[in-house]
Design a protein around this ligand. Structure first.
Ligand code: 4AD
Ligand code: MG
Length: 462
């Protein structure tokens, strides 16, 4: 008999029909006459109740059916008498695929902490919480492709292995096939990277932007969606060493077009999640943070505040607040500053623009004041920075002198500079941290809980 997924079974048309369902046992309870098994197959947060009549099955047969075991059940779908579900299956045959010894199965009990479950990352997707989070993650990924596809952007796959560290976005993970215990040396005693796989030093990319700019200045509008890697030693609830980033890049866009795109994009994703992940979001709202749904609607309702970094610094200075990191013009904003502006001062998302040149990347378009660049960071409640982007410097001469001023080796940059050398155009783009978006939409508070297998300092077990 063909299997029906549990997500499809809660439909009135199927009542009275014979069904076949498969899944994992969440709980089992009951008495000497009847047993109830809550079965989940991952297709939805909702469990299906299996009713087992002990006149049809022996205690002995049912013994291995414990939390975590896996079953194939056939029976009749009937309207449920009990509270909490609309339909249930009256079991006629049960096949046990696999048992889960109650003395050993780590998820035997309910109510484990998120920290405990992080140690069990290989199994935590079987819990309600992580099932919900990872279904939402899927729907958001799909929404992102749909958003850009519907707008005529082209998806672009940029390389993960790169020979340039131009972003200065953080320390990079080196990629090598050299034997680290026996490195080839040049005559003056340094490591001879000409013997390495690519004939030079290479690393994992921190961003697909520079290649994305090549795409944008050819195809007009592109977006990347891939993993990026940063070896910064920041053990915070918002940083991963391996995270996913979405980077649209658009020819002929100025910073205002870029801000409009970012705002429309995030609102689209939040709306999509509300429309497609209702049960999962309601579950997270109930279990973890009962302001979550209001916060999601709040973001949809209001225009994001747009102001310059300089105006933002003034507000922070006049706030009378004692920050752990003191603020003055020129400093890089910390999460506490960003969250003050968003959560306490404006009480809605903020796009901060025109940051000091010295704290931003070399490729950002320089303003006429000589001190600031056309950067834009989108700051979100609970998260802080969720998007970073800018209008790009399209003037070859200015870009070259900035590269030189920063001591970036221009032998690495010739291909990038060709965009400005041949048919240069104004253009803009940004990067959205995918896990930060998921943090916002799920209301989870630690970024390790929104990626299946987090990579952080000293943690690459699974
Ligand atoms: O602000 P960032 O470093 O910008 C760039 O990489 C640009 N190349 C983007 C562009 O203009 N195309 O990173 C962009 C976003 C941040 O706003 C943040 O949401 C996320 O990526 N991010 C991280 N997320 C998780 N862990 C980390 N270590 C992150 N670093 C940045
Ligand atoms: Mg940034």
């Amino acid at each position: 008999m063909k299997r029906t997924k549990i997500v499809d079974i809660f439909s009135p048309e199927l009542v009275g029909e014979q069904v076949c369902v498969k899944g994992w046992v969440r709980t089992r309870r009951g008495n000497k006459h009847v047993q109830f098994v809550a079965l989940n197959d991952g297709s939805t947060i909702n469990n299906l109740q299996i009713v087992i009549d002990l006149e049809k099955f022996s205690e002995e047969e049912l013994k291995p059916i414990t939390t975590g075991s896996s079953l194939h059940v056939e029976g009749t779908l009937v309207a449920s008498q009990g509270k909490g579900q609309t339909v249930e299956v009256q079991a006629e045959s049960i096949e046990i695929y696999g048992t889960a010894d109650p003395d050993e199965y780590p998820l035997q009990k309910k109510g484990h902490t998120l920290e405990f479950l992080r140690e069990k990352a290989h199994l935590r997707m079987r819990t309600n919480t992580f099932g919900a989070v990872f279904r939402i993650r899927h729907h958001l990924a799909f929404a992102i492709h749909k958003f850009f596809n519907d707008k005529g952007f082209f998806s672009m796959h940029t390389p993960l292995i790169t020979a340039s560290d131009c972003e200065g976005a953080g320390d990079m993970f080196q990629v090598t096939t050299l034997n680290l215990g026996d490195l080839p040396k040049t005559e003056d005693g340094r490591t001879d990277y000409s013997k390495d796989f690519f004939g030079k030093t290479t690393s994992l990319t921190v961003s697909g932007q520079l290649e994305g700019e090549l795409g944008a200045t050819s195809l007009g509008a592109i977006y990347t969606f891939g993993p990026t890697f940063r070896a910064e030693n920041s053990n915070t609830p918002r940083h991963l060493a391996e995270f996913w980033m979405i980077e649209p890049e658009v020819a002929f866009y100025d910073i205002t077009d870029n801000m409009d795109l970012a705002e429309e994009f995030i609102k689209y994703c939040v709306q999509y999640a509300l429309d497609h992940c209702k049960d999962d979001i309601e579950f997270l709202n109930k279990m973890y943070d009962n302001t979550l749904i209001d916060r999601l609607h709040g973001v949809l309702k209001e225009d994001f505040v747009r102001l310059t970094y300089t105006e933002g610094i003034k507000i922070l200075e006049q706030s009378g607040r004692k920050f752990e990191f003191p603020v003055k013009w020129g400093v890089d904003l910390q999460s506490e500053h960003e969250r003050y502006l968003v959560e306490e001062h404006f009480k809605r998302p903020v796009i901060l623009t025109d940051y000091p040149r010295e704290i931003k990347a070399f490729y950002m378009k320089q303003n006429d004041d000589g001190k600031t660049v056309r950067a834009m960071d989108v700051l979100f409640p609970q998260i802080g920075e969720i998007i970073g982007g800018s209008e790009r410097e399209e003037n070859l001469g200015k870009l070259q002198s900035e590269i030189e001023r920063r001591g970036i080796p221009d032998k690495d940059m010739w291909w990038y500079l060709d965009t400005r050398r041949f048919g240069t155009v104004p253009h803009s783009g940004f990067g959205l941290g995918f896990e930060r978006l998921i943090l916002f939409v799920t209301g989870m508070s630690n970024i390790r809980d929104v990626i299946p297998f987090p990579r952080t300092p000293n943690n690459a077990e699974f």
